[in-house]
Design a protein around this ligand. Structure first.
Ligand code: GLV
Ligand code: GLV
Length: 346
């Protein structure tokens, strides 16, 4: 019999990669919305593999429903906090994810949000879309904000990264042409400093400094701070009121990783009371339940987009392809292009 795989979401133009295969039976959640838990629990029975997205929790309940046939969980995401990894290790279920292919797209969006938040683009854009441009009283300093690029009159700029993995480094590369002079970052306390890599990066980008610092200095010295850590308990609310209070009044915070890293209430207060200048968010704690009355949605210098960091045609196709390749590899016990827990650097 052909092994069965369950696919939790229509993968659009990538679907033929699955449907054209004659060696697997594909069971696809038929609707264009998040997969219902009850449907998944019923259909996963006897499956060899499942392809999930961020909202699909992979836990003991799901494994019980699947039974002993389940060999692989493939998530179309780089993050995996929806998957109980210790349990997967214990049950010897392989896990695939989609790193690397989304690095450039998320770095692009990170820079976009830094620019938008700094330059008041949320409020400025809303003004035009609301039809208020004719009433708008232009004056030399309206809608002004801190400039990302350096100028002759303002020749230094420090960019900070909370988490300095692939996406952070790709973001730094994009910022170099803006004349960024200093780069500081804080990494996982478990990761040893990589001074050779840092020296090489500093030389390559001709920065005055590239330095791993503690979280206190990161808060105090960053002009623009990018949050690019994984989510989960270890990074929960690393950016809290105490952190935000240390930041520069004209600094900008960008979060394109996980909402849980930033305390939303503290950030709303920081914006309202001008501890910091602005924020650009692709992720918010509690998403997608972020209505227009959410404290952050109400802040004019907070630009929010709904978790679209990897949403380009190219990247989503690459992610879907990788997720399918991981799934098939796991089902047939062969190589998976990106397998978690195989000693891969996260
Ligand atoms: C997006 O947030 C992902 O984890 O891929
Ligand atoms: C801006 O549009 C300028 O002309 O300075």
């Amino acid at each position: 019999v052909r092994p069965k795989v369950v696919i939790c979401r229509d993968l659009g133009p990538a679907m033929p990669l699955l449907m054209d295969r004659t060696d697997i039976e594909v069971v696809l959640w038929p609707e264009n919305r998040g997969c219902e838990r009850a449907w998944l629990l019923e259909n996963i029975k006897g499956a060899a593999g499942v392809l999930v997205l961020l909202p699909d929790t992979v836990n003991a309940e799901l494994l019980e429903a699947a039974g002993p046939s389940l060999r692989v969980v493939s998530t179309m995401s780089v993050g995996y906090e929806h998957i109980d990894m210790p349990l997967m290790a214990q049950r010897k279920i392989r896990v695939g994810y989609t790193p690397d292919v989304l690095t450039e797209a998320v770095a692009d969006l990170s820079v976009m949000l830094a620019l938008m938040a700094g330059r008041n683009d949320g409020a400025a854009y809303t003004l035009v879309k609301d039809g208020d441009w004719p009433k708008f009283n232009w004056s030399p300093f309206t809608f002004c904000g801190p400039q990302l690029s350096t100028t002759a009159s303002s020749p230094t700029r420090t960019v900070g990264f909370l988490g300095f993995g692939r996406i952070a480094q790709a973001t730094l590369t994009r910022l170099v042409p803006f004349g960024i002079t200093h780069c500081i970052y804080s990494g996982s306390p478990r990761a040893a400093p990589d001074t050779a890599r840092d020296a090489a990066l500093r030389a390559k980008h001709t920065l005055a400094a590239l330095e791993r610092v503690d979280i206190d200095r990161l808060a105090r010295e960053s002009d623009v701070l990018f949050v690019l850590t994984p989510g989960g308990d270890e990074t929960y609310h690393l950016v809290d009121a105490a952190f935000l209070r240390k930041m520069k009044p004209l600094s900008v915070l960008v979060n394109t990783s996980r909402g849980t890293v930033v305390d939303s209430d503290a950030l709303a207060t920081a914006l309202r009371e001008k501890w910091i200048w602005g924020a650009g968010l692709d992720v918010v704690e509690g998403e997608p339940k972020i209505g227009k009355d959410h404290p952050l949605a109400k802040e004019p210098r907070c630009v929010i987009v709904p978790h679209i960091g990897s949403a380009t045609f190219q990247t989503r196709m690459d992610m879907a392809t990788r997720a399918i390749d991981n799934l098939v590899g796991g089902v047939f016990g062969t190589e998976m292009p990106a397998e978690l827990g195989g000693g891969r650097k996260l």
